[in-house]
Ligand binder design. Sequence first.
Ligand code: NAD
Ligand code: IPM
Ligand code: MN
Length: 358
Amino acid sequence: MKFNIATIPGDGIGPEVIEESMKILKRIGEVFGHEFSFQEVLAGGVAIDKTGEPLPLETIEICKKSDAVLLGAVGGPKWDSLTGDKRPEKALLGLRGALGLYANIRPAVLHDALKNASPLRSDILGDGIDICVVRELTGGIYFGDRGRRENGKLGVEAYDTEAYSVGEVERIARTAFEIAKQRNNKVTNVDKANVLESSRLWRSVVEEVAKEYPEVTLEHMYVDNAAMQLIRRPQQFDVLVTTNMFGDILSDEASMITGSIGMLPSASLGEGTLGMYEPIHGSAPDIAGENKANPIATILSTAMMLRFSFGLEQEAKAIEDAVTKVLGKDYRTADIMSDGMKLIGTKEMGELVLEELV
Ligand code: NAD
Ligand code: IPM
Ligand code: MN
């Protein structure tokens, strides 16, 4: 089969991790007899530099016509003084919105071999961590009304608005329950219903959707408690469903307890098969261009692409197995380094995964 992939290397370590992931996809194509064609498009800071816009129209058009989008990361200090719609991050939000990608799936799995890389004690890690964060991606405070206005004596104030409609909550809740059915039948809804009206509506809609899934256990947790429980007893979680901003924050936290943010992949999905796949980390300006970034989050994102957009389960599994095998050896990028391991860089890690893909 032939699959068209739009690639967005973006900024900072983005191009470095995308390069390794494309090598892996090419090898998968050879081994399993598929043709992956890549079309590189501009988004983020690099697009601002070349076109003046963070998200050129052409990029949206090409992504819409592709079978899947693979994105590295956008943003960096060079563009930090820009505001609002001029920022590189606007490209990401714009693409998520334009492609209708309302469900962001972020699996946080602790590989056995990385127990020493997790900052949590081994008795807390127990027999492992396997959490799936389901983050709403095209609504909430990220997409709500915002601006600045006068506030009398107190001067100018800035505001951002959190709003969720019944339909938006229904579809993300359904995604979470469907995923829970494939896993351990438990959904933890994370909100701030003790304070926010949007959370109270969110919670009641999640409860309605739960009635369609009697086999799945639903529990509710306030976001502050959830942040604490992730560290205290991560094993209590199976699927965690939450809003755009809470999901952003909790998934970075979940990544660290599995060893590093450099390990966590993501899939952003909508109604059809078109999806965008990206690591959850950013452009890591502090290590960009130094061959230090861990490419595994992006490599695992390509596995999610094969599974969710192309229906290639065996091929997805081959990538995940190759990563597990490599982690079973003594080589580590700096972010997952522990005693007795040998330090390697981005390219070497990509090469090791490639070697496992026979
Ligand atoms: P970041 O995720 O880029 O970096 C946070 C820390 O994690 C840094 O110390 C970095 O070196 C480390 N890190 C991140 N990815 C790593 C990897 N693959 N291997 C090893 N270490 C890794 O977050 P930040 O510093 O808050 O943001 C930097 C820029 O990236 C900002 O402009 C931000 O807006 C942007 N950003 C983009 C995305 C995206 O494109 N999806 C996501 C998050 C942040
Ligand atoms: C992420 C990032 C983005 C987000 C930023 C860069 C807009 O942090 O993908 O997690 O907040 O969604
Ligand atoms: Mn984030």
